[in-house]
Design a protein around this ligand. Structure first.
Ligand code: HEM
Ligand code: HEM
Length: 186
């Protein structure tokens, strides 16, 4: 029985963690700046490009997750801790898909820039559709609170496992060198 996540899933997790937190902080900063100003405009281009990249990574991640073995939840965890962890992971998976989709909805429908890292532009579906624009904008803004809460809880839980419980939770996801060969593949 495996005690850690598949090596590819672990790599995707840490790439996602870095890109997601960067996108989240840029989004937070841009939300405080008046529309049309610099550097909000330039930063939003990075934000959107990171968001699309995260969406593609999320698809790959789900494919790897369902086709490989995940480590069973440690028996030492109380039912409450297991439930909290499961809800937290579900919330993170939800926002991994919902944030790019809602962001795309309001940028595409509102006619805003959808350039990918200063290169090509993604197609603008629903151009000019005000209800899709408003639904996307409203849900992106509301889901941002779920993002802040879920990420803060997730990091706090990891710190608690490492510093207080001193258990192997982080090792289940940590990409330790030399440990990758042959582990966790079904
Ligand atoms: C995982 C991906 C994403 C995350 C975590 C994320 C997160 C956020 C956050 C936290 C905010 C600040 C919300 C506020 O203060 O109201 C924000 C704003 C924004 N996001 Fe995203 N976002 C993501 C993807 C996208 C994508 C793909 C697009 C567009 C294609 C996008 C477009 C925007 C825009 C335009 C704003 C500024 C909203 C405003 O100030 O009116 N986001 N995002
Ligand atoms: C510094 C930031 C982060 C740390 C320290 C961290 C740590 C961890 C650890 C230790 C686990 C394994 C938990 C377990 O086995 O029960 C885990 C799982 C997970 N993490 Fe993170 N994480 C971070 C950021 C993120 C971010 C930003 C996201 C997504 C937006 C995320 C999504 C997930 C998900 C969905 C799982 C469950 C894995 C699965 O069952 O597929 N993490 N994380």
């Amino acid at each position: 029985m495996t005690t850690e996540y598949h090596p590819l899933l672990r790599k995707i997790h840490w790439a996602t963690a870095f890109l997601f937190i960067t996108a989240m902080l840029i989004g937070f900063y841009c939300g405080l700046q008046p529309p049309g100003t610099s550097p909000r405009r330039e930063l939003l281009e990075v934000h959107k490009s990171l968001g699309v990249t995260l969406f593609l990574l999320a698809i790959l991640r789900v494919m790897v997750r369902v086709s490989t073995a995940a480590p069973p939840e440690p028996a030492s965890f109380s039912p409450l801790v297991r439930l909290a962890a499961r809800l937290n992971h579900w919330a993170l998976y939800v926002v991994l898909f919902a944030m790019p989709v809602t962001g795309y909805m309001f940028s595409a429908a509102g006619g805003y820039s959808l350039r990918y890292f200063w290169t090509f532009s993604w197609p603008r579906l629903f151009a000019g559709n005000r209800s899709i624009e408003h639904a996307g904008e409203l849900s992106h803004g509301l889901l941002a609170y779920l993002v802040y809460a879920a990420v803060a809880l997730h990091i706090a839980a990891t710190v608690w496992h490492v510093l207080v419980k001193k258990d192997a939770t982080l090792a289940r996801m940590w990409p330790a060198a030399g440990r990758d060969r042959g582990s966790g593949v079904t």
